[in-house]
Design a protein around this ligand. Structure first.
Ligand SMILES: [Zn+2]
Length: 340
């Protein structure tokens, strides 16, 4: 779709008309939408495509449009991008498309502009969005409850409460918990090769479904006998968010079927304090409290002790990739360990 801001008088006459995209010869609707910034570029007109940036993805979801997946997982374009561009990388295609637009006289002027683009924090490689099916843990429905926890919990210092409250305010999707990487905690699921039924193992054990056989012989749905194991791993915060259970030795200090709110655990259950850095309030603290709510319907901690960062002389976070950190050994030699 092509959008303009509802207050932008210049385009009212185009509302609900169609615009034709050169080269692909597609017709797309023109709509008024508050996501368009009247000062964007010169025109204030925004082209919304399936995965251009976060705004595009948001508008697509909101308008319930069907996204087109034109980029393969290896970063090349597929046939949906057009036969001529299929197989090219984004940068290669961008150059050829510019030439093609010139050839048909659709480029009015050329100049260098700077714009925001998502990049990898470490490699600085340019990133593209590629839609993939993933497992999500529900959280949107529970924001209200978690806000109550945030209000009741003691924060040290008090002002750090707002970090979590701000995060809760911004939650607009559930938590994607699967990752397509090699190292991490395996997701303990198998799928029936006949009917695709999901097989969840019973009991507590560590499973490696990519190499372990399924924990059952027959599919409960179709009696099928062949299964494929999950190859994805969990988001690291799936592990970290149950560190309180680990402290309490849950569930190994009791039978798994026993109600967790027995006497012993009633006494010990809520951990007194979570000490952690402010940068992971939205992950470690937030997900720990979410998991506690989902599993036991109670907060995991009474207090959160949130520490700040030692920053560089310019106020930036110190990091290895930026090379702006100080070698502690030199400071210790000069001033001693206590002073540091
Ligand atoms: Zn089956």
């Amino acid at each position: 779709v092509v959008i303009y801001h509802p207050s932008d008088e210049r385009y009212k006459k185009y509302e609900n008309k169609l615009a034709r995209i050169p080269i692909w010869d597609l017709e797309v609707p023109i709509l008024a939408h508050p996501s368009a910034d009247p000062d964007f570029g010169k025109s204030g007109i925004m082209m919304i495509c399936s995965f251009g940036d976060i705004t595009d993805i948001r508008v697509f979801r909101e308008l319930n449009l069907k996204p087109k997946y034109i980029i393969n997982p290896d970063g090349t374009l597929n046939d949906l991008a057009g036969k001529k561009y299929s197989g090219l990388t984004i940068d290669e295609a961008r150059k050829i498309i510019t030439d093609d637009l010139k050839e048909i006289g659709k480029i009015r002027s050329e100049k260098i502009v700077s714009h925001r683009f998502p990049t990898s924090e470490r490699s600085h490689a340019k990133l593209e969005f590629i839609g993939m099916p993933e497992l999500y843990l529900k959280q949107e429905n529970f924001v209200k409850k978690l806000k109550k926890y945030a209000d009741k919990m003691e924060f040290l210092p008090e002002k750090s409460r707002q970090i979590w409250l701000d995060w809760l305010e911004k939650i607009s999707m559930d938590w994607p918990i699967t990752r397509r990487r090699y190292y991490g905690t395996e997701v303990p699921l198998w799928y029936c090769n006949e009917c695709n039924e999901t097989i969840v193992p019973k009991g507590v054990s560590y499973y490696q479904p990519w190499k372990d056989p399924a924990p059952i012989d027959n599919c409960p749905n179709c009696s099928g006998t062949s299964f494929k194991g999950e190859t994805r791993i969990f988001d690291t915060w799936m592990d970290s968010s149950i560190s309180a259970y680990y402290i309490l030795k849950y569930p190994h200090n009791q039978s798994v079927d026993e109600d967790f709110t027995n006497d012993l655990l009633d006494r010990d259950f809520i951990c007194d304090i979570r000490p952690q850095g402010k940068d992971i309030v939205r992950t470690w603290l937030h997900y720990s409290m979410l998991r506690g709510y989902l599993h036991f319907n109670q907060p995991m901690f009474n207090k959160a002790w949130i520490s700040g960062h030692v920053v560089s002389e310019t106020g930036e976070k110190m990091s290895k990739s930026k090379g702006n950190s100080i070698d502690p050994m030199k400071i210790i030699e000069k001033y001693g360990g206590d002073a540091l």
